[in-house]
Design a protein around this ligand. Sequence first.
Ligand code: ATP
Ligand code: MG
Length: 234
Amino acid sequence: MADIICIIGNKGGTGKTTLSHMLCQGMGLLGQRSVCVLTDTYREPLSPEGRRYLVADARTRDALCKVTEKIRSLDAWMGVIDGGGNRTEMDRKLYGLADLVLLPFRDSHEDIRTLIRDLELFPRAYAIPTQWPVIPWQRDAADRSMEELLAPYSDRILMPVNAFNATKILLKRDIGNDIPPQLAEACSNVARQVLDLLQIPVQVAEQMPRVARPVGPANASQAQQVRPLQAAMA
Ligand SMILES: Nc1ncnc2c1ncn2[C@@H]1O[C@H](COP(=O)(O)OP(=O)(O)OP(=O)(O)O)[C@@H](O)[C@H]1O
Ligand SMILES: [Mg+2]
């Protein structure tokens, strides 16, 4: 049965969508098949072309049920559900169906206040610092304030995702063949830490075919799985 990861949190703009796509791209690079699921009614679906994962549109309640059911029925797949800001009821629902819940937050007191509320509300969830400063003195200050403000939750904080402009490429409607190696590495790093948390062994697959392409499935049984999934997501 597939695992489902939900990326949620009440604060808008924390990086939920970027992280969802980074995770899926990284999983694809590590040989893990995944589907990035859009639930935010204010956003448009992105083209799967050129990505190492499928994308699914689940912006209605019915579509979300159908897509999660479909993903659950597939062996060795991963569903990554991208939540939307300011939707506590939806967050509760996604929390209820997830195997792993991630709460991205930035280096901001407002993000951290909201994160503490979400960590209390969702006791199984992990926090993940995103858009984390890379300039050394800024990084030190961000790490220090995280340590102070989030001390009671230190065992629920994952390694940061650095601020990195190239991550914007993943939110383009069509990414083409545009992924620079540094972005691929950032995606693999975040995926590796999440697969570790889920205790899923990483099969290194340097040149895995992209799942959205007809050549995607590596064997006949995967081929049978991709087709119905693509149809269900259409
Ligand atoms: N690691 C990163 N480095 C640099 N910029 C980033 C990073 N992650 C996200 N961003 C930028 O931050 C902005 C918000 O990101 P994103 O849309 O992923 O957040 P969100 O939580 O999904 O927002 P919303 O609540 O509106 O759904 C975007 O401009 C995105 O490009
Ligand atoms: Mg978003």
